[in-house]
Design a protein around this ligand. Structure first.
Ligand code: GLU
Length: 477
């Protein structure tokens, strides 16, 4: 397929990418169309009385595919929200869930609002009213449609939503599972806030376990010392940058934010920069790097890995010629337009696609939903039993070593580390790591074995499409 002449819309971009992949399958035409289309989009306009005035808000909940239920996807609060965007995001949720074997269909919601325009108590009223409109039509429901945070929303909004649902469904014993990304004290799970960023880290770690794949991007070695430019220091970008720099030794040489960027070839301290943003509301004046007014130009800096973790369309036909990174890791949804994607592939740039890279959020959402339905924290039953068993083993070995004349036995540090049973956070991380590794392996197998699959995005779509098609076939539509 040739590069589009004009910049496609987000929805068109997702379709173009999907079409490139599905063309390589022998799925019957009718089923291809069924998998591509968005099943339904509900638009709601509701009024809320605030500041002695009735304000009307417009919101959406789009369901892309119900081959598995519940359907899953975040709710975004932003002025840019529109039907086209919500539908594109819902489609991505379908493919994302299938790729990482999370048993959900795809959905997405959005409210056209600038959260910064409103006080907290006003936002609560607006969120609750939106939740009411969705819940009464079963578009928030533990068995049918389970929202989560997205841009402009977080734990706070999810707590309001679950409470609103409970008020409307007082006898639903599974009410907590109607939404994920809740605070721990409202039925959330340890590790959900950091999950998407953690998933980005695990995705890169897994790629770097395969030197042949790293070579395809013209890189070599491990993550240590790799120069990373991060676009966006929101929840996803912040956690990804923090973990990659603090735990893997990568250098964050550039950060692009909405009001400017920071560059530093020796690496930026993400904790210090975040602290500065929290204190001053801006990256301006940060002492740990050079301030760049034109934030978009930071994406064009020379680096090893570029991680767009902000909005869709940030790498487009307007700036693609100036992008210099050999490896792009799509932490945001849809950050590379179909036109830019075509151009980058033409230049041999390797792109780790969004439906894989940012799947950590929905993966841990799945764990949270399971936790809510089982009404028990992960690890609660087995942790101490595991510890007791481990302690027995350690004591025995320690005794034998001493008997054999090794007077020191096992070190105290080893004993402590080994004995410790896994709590919820450790289990969540282990489940997420396993998910990201397995999904990468399913993509790379196709990427490395099929001549007609030139890139990871097509490989990712092929894995997903295959599973969705199987789902529809066994269901009989
Ligand atoms: N909004 C996130 C995403 O785009 C999370 C969705 C979820 O957890 O359901 O993947």
């Amino acid at each position: 397929m040739n590069a589009p002449l004009r910049e496609p819309s987000f929805r068109e971009s997702v379709d173009l990418m999907f079409n490139r992949a599905i063309a390589l399958t022998n799925i019957p035409e009718g089923l291809k169309e069924k998998i591509r289309v968005c099943n339904s989009t509900y638009t709601v306009r509701f009024g809320v009385r605030l500041r002695n005035h009735i304000y009307t808000f417009t919101g959406y909940r789009s369901v892309h595919s119900e081959h598995m239920e519940p359907v899953k996807g975040g709710i975004r609060f932003a002025m840019s929200v529109n039907q086209n965007e919500v539908e594109a995001l819902a489609a991505l949720m379908t493919f994302k869930c299938a790729l990482v074997e999370v048993p959900f269909g795809g959905s997405k919601g959005g409210l056209c609002i600038n959260p910064r325009d409103w006080e907290e108590h006003e936002l609560e009223l607006i969120t609750r009213r939106f939740a009411y409109e969705l819940a009464k039509r079963d578009m928030i429901n533990p068995a049918q449609n389970v929202p989560a945070p997205d841009m402009g929303t977080g734990e706070r909004e999810m707590a309001w939503i679950v409470d609103q649902y409970r008020r409307m469904n007082t006898t639903d014993i599974n009410a907590a599972a109607c939404v994920t990304g809740k605070p721990l004290n409202a039925g959330g799970i340890a590790g959900r806030v950091e999950a998407t960023g953690r998933g980005v880290q695990y995705a890169l770690q897994e790629m770097f376990r395969h030197p042949e794949d790293v070579t395809k991007a013209g890189l070599s070695g491990g993550l240590e010392g790799k120069r990373i430019v991060m676009q966006g220091l929101g929840n996803v970008g912040y956690h990804a940058a923090k973990f990659l720099s603090e735990e893997d030794g990568a250098l964050i040489t550039g950060v692009a934010e909405f009001d400017g960027g920071i560059v530093n070839p020796d690496g930026i301290s993400i904790e210090d920069l975040k602290q500065h943003i929290v204190e001053t509301g801006s990256v301006k004046g940060f002492a740990g790097g050079t301030y760049v007014e034109n934030s978009a130009s930071v994406l064009e800096e020379e680096c090893d890995i570029l991680i767009p973790a902000a909005m869709e369309g940030s790498i487009n036909m307007g700036n693609v010629d100036r992008i210099r990174a050999p490896l792009i890791v799509e932490a945001a949804n849809g950050p590379v337009t179909a036109g830019a994607d075509e151009a980058l592939r033409g230049r041999g740039v390797v792109i780790m696609p969004d439906l894989y890279v940012n799947a950590g959020g929905v993966t841990v959402s799945y764990f949270e939903w399971v936790k809510n339905l089982s009404h028990i924290r992960f690890g609660r039953m087995q942790r101490r039993q595991e510890e007791a068993q481990n302690a027995m083993l350690v004591t025995e070995i320690d005794g034998l070593l001493k008997k054999a004349g090794m007077s020191e036995g096992l070190s105290e540090k080893f004993k402590q580390d080994y004995v410790r049973g896994a709590g919820e956070l450790e289990l969540v991380r282990s489940g997420l790591d396993d998910t990201m590794r397995t999904a990468y392996q399913s993509m790379r197998e196709i990427w490395n074995s099929r001549e007609d699959v030139p890139d990871l995005r097509v490989a990712a779509y092929l894995v997903s499409i295959d599973r969705i098609a199987a789902g529809y076939k066994s269901k009989g539509l």
